[in-house]
Design a protein around this ligand. Structure first.
Ligand SMILES: NC(=O)C1=CN([C@@H]2O[C@H](COP(=O)(O)OP(=O)(O)OC[C@H]3O[C@@H](n4cnc5c(N)ncnc54)[C@H](OP(=O)(O)O)[C@@H]3O)[C@@H](O)[C@H]2O)C=CC1
Ligand SMILES: CCCCCC(=O)O
Length: 449
């Protein structure tokens, strides 16, 4: 790995990766390779996570195509040096900002969207002119190997390379000095990554997780709230970092919401053969232990060996239950109630800042109050999850749910250093700046106030 890093550093310093034409060509070649392997990608997602073709395209492959399209169209503008105003105190000079790639970047990706969460950051790294080493998760080994096959077919390893392996490989990579680390995964591992980066003062982007609430107030459109919460929660069997982790519903509408959510679970996820599986038996065993929390009001059955857990609703859950102490990351939805919006915001703000927050309310005052008073990475009003697929919206967490953002221009920014340069004239020199100028202090006080 050390040799690979040296090769990439040498290649980066040739300047090959810097031109617009080079970057656009690499993104086009990547897209063509993905098109060539599209069916294999779909089959691999089905084999390892039992993802339907529909979910494979809408939450993995299609999102990657859209990122490439969106960025390719705008990259020329983003790369241009930007002329900015210069204050009178610097009369005669001109000021510019030059976007510059960090250099050689490390991308560590998780298993839940194993294709998209490796490719989306890589697209940003390429667009910004970097080299990249990608370390996919060992929990989806066939996707990891497929990513290596695709990447090595398109790019020389001195430019972009996939390094397969588990925790030991990640840790060996983290010991090396990269110019930027982009990590997607759990909060606990995010802390390990940041500690490793601190040794070299390497900038990081951390896309982590948390307990993202779905708040449903008394004014909400209950039927749509139920449908959209069920859709977002049980997508990929709940293994989605921005899935609604729990429902926080006004007591007056809880029963109606539960009744409608039951209907939509059957309608949208009632067919076992098209429903996703939990990534490993160990992850399934962790989730099944939550079924003793509260009261199962829908679902609750499972087959550990098949890694299948029925979409489940838990009522009468308390904040002290185990399921409320960690990110669920599975198809179990606890339901808690609140009396006033103030109380709901207070409870949520007492927790770590979530990656996402969803508010279902038709009351504009409530919408404004939650947006202003609740702290969270990003989210939706009257929907769930879909904000992630808008390339105009930077995606990321805050506090324990993450550092930095990406998607669209934010992906270019995540892998770019903005270098500020002032170009000074030599046609004249302003004596006022020098300490020997008579009454210098009096003059500068007139200019700087
Ligand atoms: N913000 C976001 O966009 C997303 C966040 N997540 C979060 O990720 C978590 C689930 O994904 P999961 O893959 O289990 O997350 P992990 O943090 O367990 O793993 C993420 C990556 O880090 C590697 N890794 C694991 N342990 C270590 C370690 N001790 N040192 C260095 N690297 C390590 C993993 O390798 P390996 O898997 O090979 O062990 C994997 O490549 C959830 O908390 C979820 O919220 C998930 C998806 C998106
Ligand atoms: C729908 C796609 C979501 C990808 C990031 C996550 O796990 O939340």
């Amino acid at each position: 790995m050390n040799e690979l890093l040296k090769k990439q550093k040498r290649y980066f310093h040739t300047g090959e990766t810097l031109s617009l034409d080079f970057r656009l060509k690499q993104l086009t070649r990547l897209k063509e390779a993905i098109q060539k392997y599209e069916q294999t990608i779909t089959d691999t997602l089905k084999k390892e996570l039992h993802k339907s073709s529909f979910e494979a395209y809408t939450t993995e492959i299609g999102i990657v195509y859209e990122e490439i399209r969106f960025i390719t169209k705008r990259l020329s503008d983003w790369m241009k040096p930007q002329r900015v105003p210069t204050p009178l105190t610097h009369f005669g000079s001109k000021s510019y900002i030059y976007p510059e790639p960090y250099g050689v970047t490390l991308i560590i990706s998780p298993w839940n969207y194993p294709f998209q969460l490796a490719m989306s950051p890589l697209i940003g790294a390429i667009a910004a002119g970097n080299c990249a080493v990608v370390k996919p998760s060992e929990y989806t080994p066939e996707m990891s190997t497929l990513l290596k096959t695709i990447i090595s077919e398109v790019f020389p390893e001195e430019y972009v390379a996939v390094v397969e392996g588990g925790v030991d490989v990640s840790q060996q990579l983290l010991d090396l000095r990269f110019d930027h680390i982009f990590f997607t995964g759990s909060v606990s591992v995010g802390k390990i990554v940041m500690a490793a980066a601190a040794k070299h003062l390497t900038p990081v982007t951390l896309e982590l997780g948390g307990k993202s609430p779905a708040i449903v107030d008394a004014s909400a459109h209950i039927d749509l709230a139920a449908k959209r919460i069920v859709w977002g929660k049980f997508l990929n069997a709940g293994q989605t970092c921005i899935a609604p982790d729990y429902v926080f519903v006004h007591a007056s509408v809880k029963s109606l919401l539960i009744e409608r959510m039951k209907q939509y679970i059957e309608q949208l996820y009632g067919h076992k053969d098209t429903y996703s599986r939990i990534v490993t038996v160990r992850h399934a065993e962790r989730l099944v232990r939550f079924l003793t929390n509260g009261i199962v009001v829908h679902g609750g059955t499972y087959d550990i060996e098949q890694r299948w857990i029925e979409p489940t609703l838990l009522d009468d859950v308390t904040w002290d239950d185990n399921i409320m102490q960690e990110e669920i990351f599975g198809p179990i939805l606890p339901i808690l109630t609140f009396g006033t919006v103030d109380e709901a915001i207070q409870m949520i703000n007492d927790y770590e800042k979530p990656l996402a927050l969803y508010l279902f309310s038709e009351d504009r005052d409530v919408q404004q109050q939650v947006l202003q008073q609740a702290r969270f990475g990003g989210g939706c009003i009257n929907d769930t999850v879909v904000h992630v697929a808008n390339p105009h919206l930077p995606f990321g967490g805050v506090g324990q749910s993450g550092i930095g953002t990406y998607h669209g221009k934010a992906s270019f920014d995540a892998f770019t250093h903005y270098k500020s340069v002032l170009k000074q004239t030599t046609k004249f020199d302003i004596p006022l700046r020098y300490p020997n100028f008579p009454n210098a202090l009096k003059w500068v006080r007139k200019l700087l106030k």
